[in-house]
Design a protein around this ligand. Structure first.
Ligand SMILES: Nc1ncnc2c1ncn2[C@@H]1O[C@H](COP(=O)(O)OP(=O)(O)OP(=O)(O)O)[C@@H](O)[C@H]1O
Length: 243
């Protein structure tokens, strides 16, 4: 799938985004006048302390959650002006998600899990199978297609989750702690794979992480703190993980 716009165009643009959660009488101001731009085909990392609002930010980029004010553009579409239904449709076309704990359905095989995002798509059986096979091949997991998630290692489960994220050929992949549950070696393999998706397939990737070594895979680095984003120089992987 091609993103609308020209090469090197901005595919994610947030301007003066604010987000507050209200619970009982408490108001938690999470994002405040936040600006962010991500170009097509780049990988961007977001680090920051626990509770800083990183997952909230991913929810706003994907339209799962609405900003209180400010503008959110995704591939030239203005989320701010859209209904929930329109946001869901746009998300389905453009975004794949990868989470820390894989979020695979335990009673479905690897192959069936990968098929999930294609659920309502009008595809022939052959085309559907072709897409699943291509996604499985991309993550080198064709030999495990019939396995249930419990019959896969953590790293293999995350590879299946990546295949599920890319099966619909989204141009943007949002990752929330993609290596958080994996040992160092497996984490490295997953990041190599994400980097490959960027470099060889032109995917735009946003990675939220606590791990400076993971952030080093990105082309640009943001730190989220006190409601705003600051662009940083590449993180030196020497200070251990964020809290
Ligand atoms: N639905 C909600 N209602 C009320 N408060 C919320 C809600 N979701 C998140 N919060 C609060 O907003 C803040 C930001 O949460 P968020 O999950 O975005 O942080 P985070 O940076 O991703 O944290 P972590 O690194 O620990 O995963 C936290 O203080 C959290 O308690």
């Amino acid at each position: 799938m091609q993103v609308e716009g020209t090469a090197n165009s901005i595919v994610i643009a947030l301007t003066k985004v604010k987000k507050t959660y209200s619970r009982n009488r408490e108001h938690i101001q999470v994002l405040e006048n936040l600006d962010m731009q991500v170009h097509r085909g780049e990988m961007v990392s977001i680090m920051g302390p626990s509770g800083a609002g990183k997952s909230t930010l991913l929810d706003i980029i994907s339209g799962v959650s609405r900003a209180d004010s400010g503008e959110v553009l995704l591939a030239d579409n203005n989320f701010t002006l859209m209904s929930e239904r329109q946001r869901t449709a746009l998300r389905g076309r453009h975004i794949g998600f990868i989470f820390q704990f894989y979020c695979l359905i335990p009673v479905l095989s690897a192959s069936q899990n990968i098929e999930l995002p294609l659920g309502l798509w009008q595809l022939s059986k052959k085309e559907r199978q072709h897409r699943i096979d291509a996604a499985l091949n991309m993550v080198e997991m064709g030999h495990r297609r019939q396995h249930l998630p419990a019959e896969l290692s953590g790293g293999e489960q995350q590879r299946i989750a990546i295949a599920r994220a890319i099966v619909g050929n989204p141009d943007i992949i949002l990752c929330d702690e993609p290596t958080g549950d994996l040992n160092r070696e497996m984490g490295k393999k997953i990041m190599d794979l994400l980097r490959q998706l960027c470099d060889e397939y032109g995917k735009t990737i946003v990675v939220v992480t606590h791990d400076p070594e993971v952030a080093l895979y990105a082309d640009r680095h943001y730190r989220l703190d006190n409601g705003g984003l600051k662009e940083e120089n590449p993180v030196k992987a020497q200070g251990g993980k964020d809290d």
